[in-house]
Design a protein around this ligand. Structure first.
Ligand SMILES: Nc1ncnc2c1ncn2[C@@H]1O[C@H](COP(=O)(O)OP(=O)(O)OP(=O)(O)O)[C@@H](O)[C@H]1O
Length: 332
């Protein structure tokens, strides 16, 4: 069976052949009923990638297939079976929420009843309110309702919960989970790592137009080192601490920390050392690697790259990071 989303060697350039390459040789597949999350810092190329999948732009190189079709050339075949929630919906501000969806339903094959779509996103009580009077979070939910009108087989969600309060965000997650259970395939971009960890079957972290890390959230987290940190007790210096598998260092906030691939053994040894001296380690924190750590490591490398002489994108010198063959993939 064909995967609902197939991306092979995708590149996207703005400004013609000599222009700026925002997406470079990106490949991934999304299986049926799966949620795939694209993560990355601002400007990493997520939206530029998703726009090609949505059929809004043509690739400069490579191929994309959505439900087995080219979403740009075969838009008429793909569009009725996909739902798209852009970063900005841009609905006319004088129409009410219900009128907006009715207008949208007019252009949608086999649309759900408007009342059902409003109910799904928790806006049933706001049906008669003009878009301009909805809060930012309510507008975001109206965008989602519009994307769901056509009962799409493939749903593109570009930062769907930006501006939502924590309760609405969780309600949206529940809705996305129920759509996944019904077999919908979802491509999500988000800046909320908790959201990706909650919802995604697989994630890819983009940097400077390329995928630099991909796998399940658990695989990515497990590939990150764990850490131990605490405040030095009075009268103790870093030199007094036991020698463990990592190096101790003291950060600007005065916390002493160590990264380790052997969290349990190192933590046990540290606690035994403290017990033997009757010491309390204030603010002791021990944590396993996380998706957030992986993301921050990518962002740190980005800053280091940007500070170096090879920082210019679109030029020839882009040393070391994110190049083909230089990827840090946890799993393909
Ligand atoms: N129309 C355009 N013309 C030229 N450059 C563009 C255009 N649109 C985006 N870019 C550039 O392409 C790069 C990728 O942008 P894109 O919007 O895809 O990133 P993103 O990962 O979605 O970022 P964000 O998280 O901020 O939404 C950025 O450097 C951006 O400035």
């Amino acid at each position: 069976m064909v995967n609902p989303i197939e991306v092979a060697g995708l590149s996207r350039r703005y400004g013609g052949p000599q222009g700026f390459e925002a997406v470079r040789d990106v490949s991934f597949t999304v299986r049926g009923g799966e949620l795939f999350a694209l993560l990355g810092t601002n400007g990493a190329g997520k939206t530029s990638t998703v726009e090609v999948l949505e059929g809004l732009a043509r690739p400069s190189a490579g191929t994309v297939r959505v439900l087995g079709h080219d979403p740009y050339r075969e838009r008429a075949k793909v569009r009725p079976r996909t739902g798209v929630m852009l970063q900005e919906g841009g609905f006319p501000s004088d129409l009410t929420a219900a009128e907006t969806l009715r207008m949208w339903a007019g252009c949608t094959t086999g649309a759900r009843p408007v009342a059902e779509a409003l109910d799904l996103v928790g806006l049933a009580g706001r049906a008669g309110v003009a878009v301009k009077r909805l809060s930012g979070g309510e507008r975001r939910r109206l965008d989602l309702a519009a994307a769901l009108l056509g009962r799409p087989a493939v749903l593109f969600l570009d930062e769907p919960t930006t501006g939502l309060d924590p309760e609405s965000r969780r309600a949206t997650w529940d809705l996305v989970r129920s759509l996944l259970n019904e077999g919908t395939t979802v491509l999500l971009t988000t800046h909320y790592l908790e959201e990706a960890a909650e919802l995604a079957d697989r994630v890819a972290i983009m940097h400077a137009g390329s995928i630099v890390l991909s796998g399940t959230p658990a695989e990515i987290a497990a590939a990150q080192p764990s850490s131990i940190s605490f405040e030095l007790p009075v009268g103790v210096t870093v030199a007094d601490l036991p020698a463990l598998s990592g190096e101790w260092s003291t950060g600007p906030a005065g916390r002493t920390s160590m990264t380790t691939a052997r969290l349990q053994a190192d933590l046990g040894a540290l606690l035994a050392w403290a017990d033997a001296r009757d010491l309390t380690l204030p603010g002791l924190d021990a944590r396993s690697g996380s998706l957030e750590e992986a993301f921050l490591a990518v962002a740190r490398r980005e800053r280091a790259t940007a500070a170096g002489p090879a920082a210019k994108r679109g030029g020839t010198a882009r040393r070391g990071f994110g190049r083909r063959g230089d990827r840090n993939e946890v799993a393909a």
